[in-house]
Design a protein around this ligand. Structure first.
Ligand code: HEM
Length: 206
């Protein structure tokens, strides 16, 4: 199919795109500062790096909360229902991969997005707990400051979640590059809000 056969569809609204980029930027800042703070442990930069890490965490938690609400009240392609495709996921078990592209979130990728949201929510919750316990900072400080026993309990899932998120980012970027190399303009849709789909299936919203 040539580009001339493709019709533009308006999908991702401006708030959804703003939240995507806030989440992506927050995750990159959080990953970078956590690694740098460990590399500069006991150095003069360590406190500043953890402070930036906490700011990245507040930004991620706020954006996730906004995304949760937008998924309940936002337009069609922002709704949680647009990420919910159990029939397609069951088909994957029979090695059946959908051959047509739908308007809105990719049905297979949606499974990874939901998993990534679950991991990010767990990271935000354990991170806010660690901020309270280790730095007496953040919205949970009034309840958790001084509860040192929580430190080890929260650190383990926070570290596992970090590894899982790195895996998701690698997969997400690899999938976007794969589509780009096949001449499918998927990545630009989170910038422009438009998807270019073939006329025969472009209107599918299932
Ligand atoms: C740290 C980096 C990133 C993270 C954590 C991330 C996370 C996510 C998540 C959670 C979704 C689901 C969005 C939703 O709730 O509606 C998503 C979708 C999407 N992301 Fe990213 N993203 C990252 C980087 C990027 C980059 C660099 C691009 C390229 C421009 C991109 C393009 C897209 C597109 C096009 C979709 C929708 C794909 C579809 O139609 O299924 N993302 N991303």
């Amino acid at each position: 199919m040539t580009h001339a056969d493709l019709t533009p569809h308006r999908v991702y609204d401006p708030l959804l795109r703003l939240l995507h980029w806030t989440i992506a930027l927050s995750v990159v800042v959080l990953a970078a500062t956590s690694q740098l703070a460990e590399a500069f442990e006991h150095g003069p930069e360590e406190t500043a790096l953890w402070n930036i890490h906490l700011i990245g965490g507040y930004s991620l938690a706020t954006a996730l909360l906004a995304r949760l609400l937008w998924g309940l009240v936002g337009p069609h392609s922002a709704r949680w229902s647009d990420l919910w495709h159990p029939a397609t996921w069951r088909g994957l078990l029979r090695l059946h991969v959908p051959s047509t592209q739908r308007a809105g979130h990719d049905a297979v990728a949606s499974l990874a997005y939901l998993a990534a949201y679950a991991v990010m929510a767990m990271m935000a919750a354990s991170g806010l707990g660690l901020a309270a316990v280790e730095f007496e900072a953040g919205p949970l400080a009034a309840w958790l400051a001084g509860a040192e026993w929580l430190e080890d309990v929260l650190k383990a899932p926070h570290e596992v979640g970090f590894a899982l998120l790195l895996g998701f980012i690698g997969l997400h970027l690899a999938a976007l590059v794969f589509h780009q190399l096949r001449g499918e303009r998927v990545a630009q849709s989170m910038v422009t809000g438009k998807q270019y789909l073939g006329t025969e299936h472009g209107a599918r919203h299932d």
